[in-house]
Design a binder for this molecule. Structure first.
Ligand code: BT5
Length: 236
């Protein structure tokens, strides 16, 4: 495992995408500030300097790069563990790429890359932000500071603690990854919620039934259970 810290970068994801040929599997990059932090579909990821975990890691070994959904869900599951280890309650995974606390977004995950060559996994996690007034939010947001009565956190310490959880998971990765099945299912924010799926050509409504062992979202549309492997979910 290699860890690179940058004071400022356009985006830790973009940095690893540019440099992936020069780095090994499980290289982690974090930054104090991003000038072009982004989410999916070119959306902006907002984070003031020093107030967030802004972290990306590189996966290059083909045995890992099977499925975007697994990697996104495993990463989210580690963010959940990291938050629960800090005593935070009501932490859930909003399929496919967010972590929520008490129904508010605390973390977003972004996977980019070129299969089968590499995947970059980016994590933005709010630690010290206490005001989101100037942020164009699609969903309410929260941070560790808000949840912990105004306590400030060290960006460096928190980033290292999350890296240590994630890297030990991938170091010990084996076919037993299915042990995570229940953990992910039990933290499914969308379970039993009425949702709309907007997947480019696909557009329908239904009630979320579960997440299956391949990390697909299962939705009951009233006639059958439909399996969704990627896309945008809106709660109705
Ligand atoms: C995501 O996208 O949630 C993935 C965000 C990934 C950010 C990390 S930071 C390190 C790495 N480098 C990058 O450039 N990116 C990754 P999406 O599901 O598209 O959600 C984006 C939406 O989240 C925005 O349109 C806003 O509504 C909202 N948002 C922006 N900043 C936020 C924040 N700090 N906290 C909560 N929500 C935020």
């Amino acid at each position: 495992m290699k860890y690179i810290f940058l004071n400022e970068v356009d985006s830790t994801n973009t940095y690893l995408k540019r440099e992936y040929k020069n780095f090994d599997n499980l290289t982690f990059v974090s930054a104090s500030f991003q000038t072009n932090g982004h989410g999916r579909y070119q959306r902006t990821w907002n984070a003031s300097e020093g107030e967030s975990i802004l972290l990306s890691y590189l996966l290059k070994e083909s045995k890992y790069i099977e499925n975007f959904s697994y990697i996104s869900m495993f990463t989210a599951a580690h963010v959940v563990q990291y938050l629960e280890n800090k005593g935070i309650k009501d932490v859930t995974i909003k399929w496919p790429n967010d972590v929520y606390v008490g129904g508010k977004k605390i973390c977003g995950i972004l996977l980019e890359g070129e299969i089968p060559n590499y995947i970059v996994v980016g994590i933005g996690l709010n630690i010290n932000q206490s005001n989101f007034d100037n942020v164009d939010l699609r969903h309410p947001a929260t941070s560790l500071k808000i949840l912990n009565n105004g306590e400030n956190y060290s960006q460096e310490d928190e980033t290292k603690s999350l890296i240590s959880l994630i890297s030990s998971f991938w170091d010990n990765f084996s076919d037993d990854w299915r042990l995570f099945d229940n953990f992910i299912k039990n933290h499914n924010y969308l379970k039993n919620k009425h949702v709309k799926v907007t997947n480019q050509a696909l557009l329908f409504e239904g009630i979320v039934a579960d997440i299956d062992s391949e990390c697909n979202l299962l939705i009951n549309n009233g006639q059958e259970i439909v399996k969704i492997c990627a896309g945008e979910i809106e709660i109705l």
